[in-house]
Design a protein around this ligand. Structure first.
Ligand code: GDP
Length: 445
C-alpha cells in the first residue's frame, strides 16, 4: 500500500467515527480495527500495531468520554498522537553549525540511494547558507565517482574524488583535509555500499570513520526493505551509536510504513526522507508533520521550510505576513506560482491544508491544470482584492462573478479558490502573533 492509500484508509477509519451518532466501545473498536488493518497492510510490525492499539485504548476511557463532537475529538487526538508516537524515535540527532567543519559520513547498502542522497543533503544545507561539498570515497563501484561528480556539477556543489586511488580511506581523508583547509561547513563523505554483509560494511565504515572522524554518520535505508529496517538499523546503532538514518524511496513504496516504524522502534533518529529521484526530493522528517500530511491535514511547518529552502520569489512577504498571523490572497497567488515551478504537484499540494484532499484522485496533469486555473483566477483580481484575506468577496459577491468572467472560469471555481485562501488564513492566524508556533519556534526566518 503506498502512502496515499494508507492516508486514505486511516482517514476513512476516522471518518467512520465522525459519521457515527454515538461513541461507544463498538464504534471505537471498529475504528481501531480498520486503522490496525491499514497499518499491517503497510508492513508495520504486528507488535508495534498491537502496542498502538493498546495505547489508544488506554488513553481513552470510552465510558467517560464527553458526548457529541468533543468525545470524537478525544478519540481522534489519541489516534493522531499514537500514530506520531509510532514514528517517533524520541532521540535528537546532531545539528550542524556554521563556521566550523561538520563532517557527515554516509553508509548504506549498494542501491539504497546513498550517492543520490549525499547530493540532496549537500544542496539542502547549501540552500540554508552552509558552504557544502562532497567527497566520493566509493572507490569500488565503477562509475560511482562519475555519478557523484555529475550530480554535484548539476547542483553546483564542489566535490573531491580520484580515478586512480583505490583505497577509500585515503580518498576520504585527502578530500576531508582539503575541504577543511578551505573552510567548508558541511563536508559529506560518500562511502562504498558493496558489502551485502553488514559486518564488512561496518568494518569499512569504522576504518573511514577513524580517518575522517565524522561529526555524524548517516545510514541510508531503502524503504522497500520494510520491517527488515529494524535489524539493519539496530546493528548499525550498535557499531556506531551516533548514527542517524535517512529512509529513501518513500515515494510510493508499499513498505514505507514498515521501514519508518521499524527504524523508530530502534530509537535511531530518522532525520530526512527521500521522496523521489529529483534533487529536491528530500524532506526533513518530523513524525507530526508526516502524520499530518498523511491524514491530509497539511504541513505548514514543512511547507514553510520547503519554500524557504528553495529561495523562491516573494516568499519573504509571506513569511512576514505569517509571522503576524496574516495570509492574503496575494500570498496565495505567490505560493501557487512558486508551486507551479516545483515539479510533482501532488507532493507540494499535500503540504497545504485541504489542498491534498482537493487533489485526491487526480494525477499530476489534472492537478496542474487545476492549479493553473486557480492562478488565472487570482490573476484576474484587483490589487485591493489581492491584498485582502478574501473576505471582501463575501461582502461583495459581484466581485466573484467579475473574477470568474475575467479568468474564464466558473463562479464555483472562484469560490473554491477563496475557500482555500480562508483555510490558509485561519492556519496563519493560529500560527502567527506572539503566541503562534512561528514565534515560539524563534521566527520563521
Ligand atoms: P547507492 O548505490 O546507494 O549510491 O544508490 P544511488 O544513489 O545510485 O541510487 C540508486 C537508485 O535509487 C537510483 O536510480 C536513484 O535515482 C534512486 N533513488 C535514490 N533515492 C530515491 C528516492 O528517494 N526515491 C526514488 N524513487 N528513487 C530514489
Amino acid at each position: 500500500m503506498v502512502f496515499s492509500d494508507l492516508g486514505r484508509r486511516l482517514n476513512a477509519a476516522l471518518g467512520e467515527l465522525s459519521k457515527s451518532d454515538v461513541v461507544n466501545d463498538e464504534v471505537v473498536d471498529g475504528v481501531l480495527k480498520s486503522i490496525c488493518k491499514a497499518l499491517l497492510e503497510s508492513d508495520v510490525n504486528v507488535r508495534l500495531v498491537q502496542e498502538l492499539r493498546g495505547n489508544i485504548k488506554k488513553r481513552i476511557n470510552v465510558k467517560s468520554l464527553p458526548a457529541g463532537p468533543n468525545g470524537k475529538r478525544v478519540v481522534q487526538k489519541a489516534v493522531f498522537d499514537e500514530l506520531c508516537d509510532l514514528l517517533d524515535p524520541k532521540t535528537q540527532a546532531f545539528t550542524p553549525k556554521k563556521g566550523r567543519p561538520n563532517v557527515i559520513m554516509f553508509v548504506g547498502l549498494q542501491g539504497s540511494g546513498k550517492t543520490t542522497t549525499c547530493t540532496k543533503l549537500a544542496l539542502y544545507y547549501q540552500r540554508r547558507g552552509f558552504k557544502s561539498c562532497l567527497v566520493a570515497a566509493d572507490t569500488f563501484r565503477a562509475g560511482a565517482f562519475d555519478q557523484l561528480k555529475q550530480n554535484a556539477l548539476k547542483a553546483r556543489i564542489p566535490f573531491y574524488g580520484s580515478y586512480t586511488e583505490a583505497d577509500p580511506v585515503v580518498v576520504a581523508q585527502t578530500g576531508v583535509d582539503k575541504f577543511k583547509k578551505e573552510r567548508f561547513d558541511i563536508i559529506i563523505v560518500d562511502t562504498s555500499g558493496r558489502h551485502q554483509q553488514e559486518k564488512e560494511l561496518f568494518n569499512e565504515m569504522i576504518e573511514i570513520s577513524e580517518a575522517v572522524r565524522p561529526n555524524q554518520t548517516i545510514m541510508v535505508l531503502d524503504a522497500s526493505i520494510g520491517q527488515a529496517a529494524e535489524s539493519q538499523s539496530r546493528a548499525f546503532k550498535e557499531s556506531a551509536n551516533f548514527g542517524a538514518v535517512i529512509v529513501t524511496k518513500l515515494d510510493g513504496h508499499a513498505k514505507g510504513g514498515g521501514a519508518l516504524s521499524a527504524v523508530a522502534a530502534t530509537k535511531t533518529p530518522i532525520i530526512f526522507i527521500g521522496t523521489g529521484e529529483h534533487i529536491n526530493d528530500l524532506e526533513r522528517f518530523s513524525p507530526r508533520s508526516f502524520i499530518s500530511k498523511l491524514l491530509g491535514m497539511g504541513d505548514i511547518e514543512g511547507l514553510l521550510e520547503h519554500v524557504q529552502s528553495l529561495g523562491l520569489d516573494k516568499q519573504q512577504n509571506m513569511v512576514k505576513n505569517l509571522e503576524q498571523g496574516k495570509f492574503t490572497v496575494r500570498d496565495f497567488r505567490d505560493q501557487l506560482s512558486n508551486i507551479m515551478k516545483l515539479g510533482p504537484l501532488s507532493k507540494m499540494a499535500s503540504m497545504i491544508p485541504g489542498m491534498g484532499d482537493m487533489m485526491n484522485g487526480m494525477d499530476d496533469a489534472e492537478g496542474s491544470m487545476r492549479m493553473k486555473r486557480m492562478l488565472f483566477i487570482v490573476d484576474s483580481m484587483t490589487e485591493q482584492e489581492l491584498n485582502s484575506d478574501g473576505l471582501i468577496f463575501k461582502e461583495q459577491p459581484t466581485r466573484i462573478m467579475r473574477v470568474a468572467r475575467g479568468s474564464g472560469t466558473s463562479v464555483l471555481e472562484v469560490e473554491e479558490t477563496l475557500s482555500q485562501v480562508r483555510v490558509f488564513a485561519q492556519m496563519a492566524k493560529k500560527m502567527g502573533g506572539k503566541d503562534g508556533i512561528l514565534n515560539q519556534m524563534g521566527g520563521a526566518g
